[in-house]
Design a protein around this ligand. Structure first.
Ligand code: SAM
Length: 219
């Protein structure tokens, strides 16, 4: 599955230029039995299969020895919701080991024994951790120095200041009878900044009262 979409566009060009790298491991490659088994039935019964602790631990140990200080993430709907602050910290750090779950999930003992930090990309269930890992990687890679055209372009966007971003417009000045707001063609940079701030605040209040309360220190 990798690099998949991470091989295209911004992340793909950055990968080609060596601004980041990806070392993809197939868990099955470290399975020891004839059938390369990576999963087994759940202890206590129930449907589905569970990724085996011994196999997954061997894959993790091969990719990241004990003295490897990179954060070890496990993609998991039970995890802490991913947010821009976590993404920024990952981008500023030494990289990450990202474990992709499959089936019903992962034997709890490998989560505990290998210090895996569970991270969720949202309150829905995917069929595997690969797409979730790509989301984490894409969000972090675009913040690496030199990846975006202008270093500043990550500064002003949604979540950077605890707000959703203001609306964007471009030419033509009128499209299907809808005009670009006058303020944006006024050339008055202070007024434009004020308008954008007001729009960002109004959008955040209306769409994400949770973020708004956090920003106001009420949560
Ligand atoms: N039985 C699990 C549960 O109810 O929490 C769901 C397992 S899911 C079918 C298989 C794998 O997909 C998970 O182990 C995880 O790696 C990944 N996954 C699914 N949804 C995810 C999400 N929202 N965020 C991150 N990873 C997710």
């Amino acid at each position: 599955m990798f690099p998949g979409p991470l091989g295209a566009s911004l992340a793909g060009r950055a990968l080609e230029r060596g601004l980041w790298s990806l070392d993809v491991r197939d868990i099955r490659a470290v399975a020891t039995d004839r059938h390369r088994t990576v999963d087994d039935t759940p202890s206590g019964g129930g449907l589905g299969m569970v990724l085996k602790a011994d196999v997954l631990a061997a894959a993790i140990d091969a990719a990241a020895p004990a003295d490897d200080l990179r954060p070890r993430l496990l993609m998991s709907p039970r995890g802490a919701p991913l947010d821009q602050a976590r993404v920024r910290a990952l981008a500023a750090g030494p990289g990450a080991l990202v474990v992709c779950g499959r089936f019903e999930g992962v034997d709890q003992r490998v989560i505990d024994g290998r210090g895996l930090e569970e991270v969720s990309i949202g309150d829905y269930v995917l069929s595997g951790g690969e797409l979730a890992a790509m989301v984490v990687l894409d969000a972090a890679v675009r913040l690496l120095p030199g990846v975006m055209g202008k270093e500043a372009s990550g500064e002003d966007e949604s979540f950077s200041h605890g707000l959703l971003e203001y609306p964007h417009y471009t030419r033509p000045a009128v499209w299907e009878g809808r005009a670009v707001p006058d303020v944006l063609v006024s050339g008055d940079h202070a007024r434009i900044a004020r308008w954008r701030r007001e729009q960002a605040e109004a959008l955040t209040q209306a769409r994400r009262p949770d973020l708004w309360r956090k920003l106001k220190g009420e949560d």
